[in-house]
Design a binder for this molecule. Sequence first.
Ligand SMILES: Cc1cc2nc3c(=O)[nH]c(=O)nc-3n(C[C@H](O)[C@H](O)[C@H](O)COP(=O)(O)OP(=O)(O)OC[C@H]3O[C@@H](n4cnc5c(N)ncnc54)[C@H](O)[C@@H]3O)c2cc1C
Length: 392
Amino acid sequence: MSDSHYDVAIAGGGLVGLSLAALLGKADFRVALVEAREPQLDWPKGSVDLRVYAISRASERLLRDAGAWPAIEPYACAYRDMRVWDAGGRGDIHFDSAELGEPGLGYIIESRIIEKALLESVAQCPSIERFCPASIAAFGEADDYRRIELEDGRALSAALLVGADGKHSRVRDQAGIHTQVSNYGQQALVAVVSCERDHQDTAWQRFLPTGPLAFLPLRDGRCSIVWSATTDEAQRLLGLDDEAFCEALGEAFDYRLGRIVEVGERVLFPLVRQHAERSVAARLALVGDASHVIHPLAGQGVNLGFKDVRELVDVLETARRQRRDIGSLAVLRRYERARKGDNMATMLAMDGFKHLFGSRVPPLRWARNAGLDLFDAATPLKRLIMRAAMGL
Ligand SMILES: Cc1cc2nc3c(=O)[nH]c(=O)nc-3n(C[C@H](O)[C@H](O)[C@H](O)COP(=O)(O)OP(=O)(O)OC[C@H]3O[C@@H](n4cnc5c(N)ncnc54)[C@H](O)[C@@H]3O)c2cc1C
């Protein structure tokens, strides 16, 4: 065993790895957090991160438990309503938090704000050691620990290695865990825009035949847009000058918030669905995008990762209380079993939505219009789905 021995070594300090480290650190686990990229801690006033997330109420609770919420809340835009409608017809759904007696559906927050707040929580935990910038180069298995080598030559050991290293997880690949990948043939165009009308603290989504278009309300009155489109269409939209883009966007959005008056930098993200065939092995577990990547249409990706974190921390705390080995496969399988159903169901639901709303076939178009109206009127079902989306 090396001098630097930990209970848990985490590869990847994105939002999922950071939140896992913070919760484990608070529970007095000895944690090594290895992150390749230096975080962005300062930014020009008035600028907005292009990575903006819809954070569910359950994720808010997790961020509170991690000690990060007080630093996030002043920058979070609480949204109370969500409006979803279809370009191919008249169906319309209105999700209103008041229907559930809840003050809001969730929050729209820049990724870098959450990252900075979680970094502060991590820095306050003496049982966490952070290695950054550093990358895991290789790892091996001994009887009761994992040996881990960093690219700069340092060595660590841990009872459990967690891969929180994102979509291209090296931990997953080196452990020989296969992934199933399907390419949606779509890219998401992301940008921050100013609209003629107030966003009304509402998240808006219109389903177009080429893919969904979301407007997420920001605290400063602007909106963050995620426009999923076929690769050719996304490239075309990226290539338009600002004026032509604003016009195309306003039209695609039915001018629900009036004209688009300004657009900032535009960036494309390729969209894939990917899931690892297993999320555990001996002394190894995967969380977040390392385990599953889904379509961003319902803004659930990082929320699913936070649910993985909550479950893994619960499983490890229980194992420690019962004096069991936290890296044993029997313990880790409890985590895998607990998360599998929810992760698969969310992934399939996103695919179902994408295919239903992407279809130009007349019976499907009729069914989705009728379905949206029926769904909007079916209060108990709507409430159930709202509670699920809020992670409650
Ligand atoms: C356009 C778009 C919009 C989205 N909108 C939403 C939304 O509204 N709501 C939502 O919940 N989700 C959303 N998502 C999904 C969300 O971005 C991801 O689910 C989330 O970022 C995954 O977090 P993660 O920490 O698992 O992985 P990542 O954010 O990818 O973090 C992985 C980290 O690991 C580090 N790393 C990689 N390899 C190594 C190594 N070998 N050693 C050390 N470190 C390493 C990387 O530097 C990185 O910091 C969206 C995604 C897209 C593409």
